[in-house]
Design a protein around this ligand. Sequence first.
Ligand code: URA
Length: 233
Amino acid sequence: MPALTLSQLLFSQGFGTRRECEALIRAGRVYIDDAAVMDAAAEVDTRGLQFSVDGVCWPYHARAVVALNKPAGYECSQKPSHHPSVLSLLPPPLRARGVQPVGRLDADSTGLLLLTDDGALIHRLTSPRRHVRKVYQVLCAAPVSAAQIALLEAGVVLRDDPQPVRAQDVQAVGERTLLLTLTEGKYHQVKRMLAAAGNHVAQLHRLRFGAFDLPADLAPGQWCWVSPEQIAA
Ligand code: URA
């Protein structure tokens, strides 16, 4: 049985130092099954566990994986320079667990950003050898021509990279709007590819990362838990 003491459990889920977790428990602020548990050494079965702290319900996750609908005006860096960090949109326990963005979106880009405290998962999802697909909705400054689409599909050469980079799929869904699927994650890749094809990105929104779609009901700035199964798929 995957059992932890209650204080170990709270500590693992980002609720402070061991002492702070014990203090939360002793103060009657931690509930399991609608009852306060005030014994920090009580063993809890973590399978399917939900607990609440100060009335906020938390599911137990050995590893945290969350999806954020990133608004514009946030940086993916932990030490942002011009805008607040995306981490400021997450509650303190997730930040304390050390979740980090899986890859990056530019400050002016929006949409799906996965974050996790699982370093191996970050590596799996961002390793160039894995070719994990990312789907972007790209609003271009000028109407997109068939020649530009052909270039994006055939491969364009970016300034600091002799190897052409190509989109795995390009679909025009409007005069100025494309759905672009990439399997790499180079710096400013979409913007640089569109510039190399003779257009310009006006807005960039990520819809999908690997098998995971941005949930339609996740408002900008909101986050949700993602299960290991959703990511593994
Ligand atoms: N490509 C870009 O140019 N910017 C992003 O934010 C993501 C991919």
